[in-house]
Ligand binder design. Structure first.
Ligand code: NAD
Length: 253
């Protein structure tokens, strides 16, 4: 059963919102009557298509194209989104990149070179910082909330690369830092997804078949599973801040 809140008049910005988990969160907020700014890369055809489709279904959505990995573009995008929505109640820092189509073994230091570090740090770690900083005045004014999309790879034990794991571990840590920094006005939490049924560009060979046997809940998580948890941490969970919730069908147990 899907979570539901009355979010008429509430406004959310979802980064990386044109696909996968981000789109799941967008659809969860829209189901509750919120107005949404959907961010994604300006080059993503899914952004314009998604906004068009959701508008035609009668939802209040605006496109907020921008690159969270760019120091100038990210705050510009957040300010434009807040202006278009006339404020912000929720920021979902969800955009992320693996920077590789195939997992890179931890021992392959050469493949994880300076350019790779720069790319992943910029998008996965500094990106959420840029958006959080730019959104903070609006969120403080509304008494809002932030949800970051981390990963269970933040806890160790494998991800698409060591660098990726480090960015997500950093985001778990920043979730606690920002929870203290923005309290009591703004709550800050994170989800740590396990396997996701999304168009994520990095694939572990045979991962889905394997996951279905080792995950206690016997299935891969859908964008709706993640979107619903983001909705709960944003609009419910009034006494929860600084926490990262594993959303992984029990995999980490
Ligand atoms: N898919 C997985 O297995 C998995 C597991 C754990 C965590 N995650 C995290 O979940 C989040 C969403 O991933 P997903 O699985 O929905 O994948 P996805 O590829 O469907 O969605 C990611 C979206 O982010 C956008 N994006 C990438 N770089 C961006 C940038 N610089 N600025 C703005 N938008 C950008 C992409 O265009 C894409 O639409 C990511 O942060 C990812 O790290 C994914």
């Amino acid at each position: 059963m899907r979570a539901s809140y009355d979010l008429q008049g509430r406004k959310a910005l979802v980064t990386g919102g044109a696909s996968g988990i981000g789109l799941g969160a967008v659809e969860a907020f829209l189901r509750c009557g919120a107005s949404i700014a959907i961010n994604d890369l300006p080059t993503s055809p899914r952004l314009a298509e998604g906004v068009e489709r959701l508008k035609s279904e009668g939802h209040d959505v605006v496109a907020a194209p921008g690159d969270v990995g760019d120091a100038d573009d990210a705050p510009r995008m957040v300010r434009d989104a807040a202006k278009a929505l006339d404020g912000l109640d929720y920021l979902i820092n969800n955009a992320g990149t693996p920077g590789t189509r195939l997992p890179i073994p931890a021992a392959d230091f050469d493949a994880q070179d300076e350019a790779f570090w720069d790319k992943l740090l910029n998008v996965n770690l500094i990106g959420p910082y840029r958006c959080t900083k730019a959104a903070a005045p609006f969120l403080k004014a509304s008494g809002g909330a932030i949800v970051n999309t981390a990963s269970i790879s933040a806890h160790g034990g494998g991800g698409s690369s060591s660098v990726y794991c480090a960015t997500k571990a950093g985001l778990v840590n920043l979730t606690k830092e920002w929870a203290r920094a923005l309290a009591p006005d703004v709550r800050v939490n994170a989800i740590a997804p396990g396997a996701v049924d999304s168009p994520w560009e990095c694939r572990f060979p045979d991962m889905f078949a394997e996951i279905e046997t080792i995950v206690p809940l016997k299935r891969v998580g859908s964008p709706d599973d993640y979107g619903d948890t983001i909705l709960f941490l944003s609009a419910g969970a009034d006494y929860v801040t600084g926490q990262t919730l594993n959303v992984d069908g029990g995999l980490t147990t």
